[in-house]
Design a binder for this molecule. Structure first.
Ligand SMILES: Cc1cc2nc3c(=O)[nH]c(=O)nc-3n(C[C@H](O)[C@H](O)[C@H](O)COP(=O)(O)O)c2cc1C
Length: 335
């Protein structure tokens, strides 16, 4: 495979270590997941989408989503909303919390969000989009980005229009997930739209959608000329994909993750989750989430069964160790 992509990427004043970015995933890209992806080689990590209304109205649960640690930086925090004044105030709070980059969600097509005029609804309301972006741009000086879909039709005309509006408003990068709002996550992302938008903008365009393996990232960059790639679903349980993409770009090859690396990542994720949420809530989350890391592996289903009633961090760590000890001894013919 022809690779050799080593362009440095900067989003406004923020220089990324490489051109791979963890996508915002609601309910998934919390601090523990972001730390793991950063360790796996991500050049930038993004928060889950955070309600601007929730922030401004002082919801403690929403405020907790701004928590970060230096180890994960640079960090992009994504907010959603449709009211320019509320978005500007939320943007100030995000900047004050120490985010390096502020991202605005133009892609969420869940009905609850769209009916408030936020998320993908902004894709068909260029005037409101402009008002939101102008207000937010005036409110904060950190780099500002938006994440868009194709729009409400497959032509991509709305995406081209919104991207141009955003650039005029001083946005520093645009991420394109080229599916229509109606598509949700079905069908295929139309990468050609990433290339069309890239040709129209001066600011960096980040390509997103359907990268499942490192080779896909190389292909997307070559086909579209995007400045960076963003990975969502393929990073779940697989934080190494970022380092593998970077290795493929720079050396033409990459290596598979070793059992020792997987064990260490799972242990770290378990401990970070308990540290973030406490043992009760943390373990409830881990009962399903630790399973992400053993998908397709031998004894994976037995592991998933065994963690259904986790009550403590110690139990989680013991289950992880037992899984790897069993797998290794089985390979050595001692099972
Ligand atoms: C469970 C889930 C949650 C998501 N949450 C968000 C979100 O909070 N903000 C956002 O902009 N996109 C969100 N997305 C969209 C992803 O960021 C990404 O655009 C999409 O999954 C396509 O990329 P992929 O093929 O690499 O997963 C979400 C997607 C999934 C599957």
């Amino acid at each position: 495979m022809m690779t050799n992509f080593t362009m440095p990427v900067s989003i406004g004043s923020v220089r990324l270590a490489n051109a791979t970015i963890l996508a915002p995933l609601a309910g998934i890209t919390n601090l523990p997941m972001r730390l793991l992806c950063k360790a796996g080689g991500a050049g930038l990590v993004c928060s889950e989408m955070i309600s601007a209304n929730g922030l401004v109205h002082g919801s403690p649960k929403t405020a907790a989503m701004l928590r970060s640690t230096p180890a994960e930086r640079p960090l992009s925090i994504q907010i959603f909303g449709a009211d320019p004044a509320v978005m500007a105030e939320a943007a100030r709070m995000v900047a004050a919390a120490g985010a390096d980059i502020l991202d605005i969600n133009f892609g969420c097509s869940v009905r609850k969000v769209v009916k408030t005029g936020a998320g993908a609804a902004l894709m068909r309301d260029a005037r409101r989009a402009e008002a939101v972006l102008e207000a937010v741009r005036r409110a904060v000086s950190i780099p500002l980005t938006i994440k868009i879909r194709s729009g409400w039709t497959a032509s991509g005309d709305q995406a081209l229009e919104i991207a141009a509006v955003a650039e005029n408003c001083g946005v520093d990068a645009v991420t394109v997930h080229p599916r229509t709002a109606g598509q949700g996550f079905s069908g295929r992302a139309d990468w050609s739209l990433i290339g069309r938008i890239r040709q129209r903008l001066r600011v960096p365009v980040i390509g997103n959608g359907d990268i499942v393996a490192p080779e896909d990232a190389v292909r997307m960059q070559q086909e579209t000329g995007c400045a960076a790639v963003m990975i969502g679903r393929a990073a779940i349980g697989n934080p190494w994909i970022f380092g593998q993409i970077e290795a493929l770009w720079t050396t033409g090859t990459y290596r598979a993750v070793s059992p020792a690396e997987r064990r260490l990542a799972m242990r770290r994720y378990a401990s970070a989750t308990v540290a973030e949420y406490g043992e009760t809530v943390g373990c409830r989350l881990l009962r399903s989430r630790l399973g992400w890391f053993v998908r397709g592996l031998r004894y994976g289903s037995r592991f998933r069964e065994g963690i259904k009633h986790l009550e403590s961090e110690a139990e989680a760590l013991a289950a992880i160790d037992a899984f790897f000890d069993t797998a290794v001894s089985a390979e050595n013919g001692r099972d």
